[in-house]
Design a binder for this molecule. Structure first.
Ligand SMILES: *Cc1c(COP(=O)(O)O)cnc(C)c1O
Length: 329
C-alpha cells in the first residue's frame, strides 16, 4: 500500500469518532440483481443515512476533528447538494456555526433545505467561480474553516467508514462497486478495503458525460470537464486542478473505472424502487446500473454502494411511468 498520509487506523478512528452522528445503514442482499450479474450482491443503503447520503460521514469526521478555536469561529462550504446538507446538519448537531455558499440560480427549495438544517445560506454568484470567490471572501473576513467536499484526508477517512461496516458484517466480500465523482467516497472505501484485504477489487462508476476522475485517470493528469445535465447530478463537477489527495488515491487503488448511460441510471433507479422499495437518486444508482448491465468484472461476493436518496419525487415518478409502460409494450 503506497503512503497517502492516511491509514486504516485513521479510518477506524474516524468510525469511532462519528458514532454519535451517523446511522449504521442496512445491507440488503439482492437476489434479483445477483441473478443478472452472476455474483452474490450486497447493497449498502446510504440512501437510508441521516440527510439521505453518506456525505455526513466525512462531514462529521472533519468537523469533530477541528480545534476548539476553529469550532468557535465556524465553517463554510460551497454546495447546494448532499455535501452542503451534511455540513449544515453536522454543524448544527455540534453547535458549530455553518455558512453554505449557493449560486443565485440554485432553486429556492434547496436554499430552504440548507437553512432548514440550521446553516446560513450565502446566496451569491452567477456561476461557480463567482460563488467560490464570495465564499473565499467571507471565509477570510470571518476566519471560518473551509470544508472541502472530497479532497481532504478527514473527509476521505470518514467516507471510508462505510466499507468497515460492510466488511465487518460480510468478510466474504471480494468486489466493491462504488459511485465515483471527486473520489472521496471511492478513495476512502478503496483505502479501507485494500488495507483489510488487498485482494478486494474496487470499481468506480461514473456518468457517461463529463466524468472528471474517469478521464483524469486515463490522461494521467487532472483534466477539466464541461458539465452536461445528468440524472446523476450529485456526480457532476471537476476534481480540481490543485487536487492533492483523491486523484492519486483513486489512480493507485481503483482496479476499474466504468461509465453508465442515462438510460441505465434510470433503469437502476426503477429497479431499486420496484424490486427493493428503495428511493434512490441517480448518483446513488450508478453502481446498480453497472451491475445490471454487467459493466465490470465482479467476483463471487459484490458490495454495491447505494450512495444517496435525494431525488425529486416527481422525477422519480416520471421514470417509473416510463419504465412500467415499457414493460407492458
Ligand atoms: C457526493 C456524492 C457521490 C460522489 O462522491 P465523491 O466523493 O465526490 O466521489 C456519490 N453519490 C452521492 C449521492 C453523492 O452525494
Amino acid at each position: 500500500m503506497p503512503n497517502f498520509d492516511l491509514t486504516l487506523s485513521d479510518i477506524f478512528q474516524a468510525h469511532k469518532r462519528i458514532q454519535p452522528i451517523i446511522t449504521h445503514t442496512p445491507v440488503l442482499e439482492s437476489g434479483a440483481a445477483g441473478k443478472i450479474a452472476g455474483t452474490q450482491v450486497y447493497l449498502k443503503l446510504e440512501n437510508a443515512q441521516q440527510t439521505t447520503s453518506f456525505k455526513i460521514r466525512g462531514a462529521a469526521n472533519k468537523l469533530l476533528s477541528l480545534s476548539d478555536a476553529e469550532r468557535s469561529k465556524g465553517v463554510i462550504t460551497t454546495s447546494s447538494g448532499n455535501h452542503g446538507k451534511a455540513v449544515a446538519y453536522v454543524a448544527s448537531r455540534l453547535g458549530i456555526r455553518a455558512v453554505v455558499g449557493l449560486g443565485l440560480h440554485v432553486p429556492a427549495n434547496k436554499v430552504r433545505s440548507i437553512q432548514g438544517y440550521g446553516a446560513e445560506a450565502l446566496v451569491t454568484g452567477e456561476n461557480w467561480e463567482e460563488t467560490s470567490e464570495q465564499v473565499e471572501k467571507v471565509r477570510k473576513e470571518r476566519g471560518l474553516t473551509y470544508i472541502d467536499p472530497f479532497d481532504d484526508p478527514q473527509i476521505i477517512a470518514g467516507q471510508g467508514t462505510l466499507a468497515l461496516e460492510a466488511l465487518q458484517r460480510y468478510p466474504q466480500i471480494d468486489t466493491i462497486v462504488t459511485p465515483l465523482s471527486g473520489g472521496g467516497l471511492a478513495g476512502g472505501i478503496a483505502l479501507a478495503a485494500k488495507s483489510i484485504n488487498p485482494r478486494i477489487r474496487v470499481i468506480g462508476v461514473s456518468q457517461q458525460d463529463g466524468a472528471a476522475m474517469y478521464l483524469s485517470i486515463r490522461a494521467g493528469r487532472v483534466v477539466d470537464v464541461t458539465e452536461t445535465p445528468s440524472l446523476a447530478d450529485a456526480l457532476l463537477g471537476g476534481i480540481g486542478q490543485n487536487n492533492r489527495y483523491t486523484f492519486e488515491i483513486c489512480r493507485a487503488l481503483l482496479d476499474e473505472t466504468v461509465l453508465v448511460s442515462e438510460d441505465e441510471i434510470a433503469q437502476a433507479m426503477a429497479f431499486m424502487l420496484e424490486e427493493h422499495h428503495q428511493v434512490v437518486e441517480g448518483a446513488g444508482a450508478v453502481g446498480v446500473a453497472a451491475l445490471l448491465n454487467r459493466r465490470a468484472t465482479f467476483g463471487s461476493h459484490t458490495l454495491v454502494v447505494v450512495s444517496g436518496g435525494s431525488v425529486d419525487i416527481a422525477l422519480l415518478m416520471k421514470i417509473m411511468q416510463k419504465h412500467l409502460s415499457g414493460e407492458q409494450s
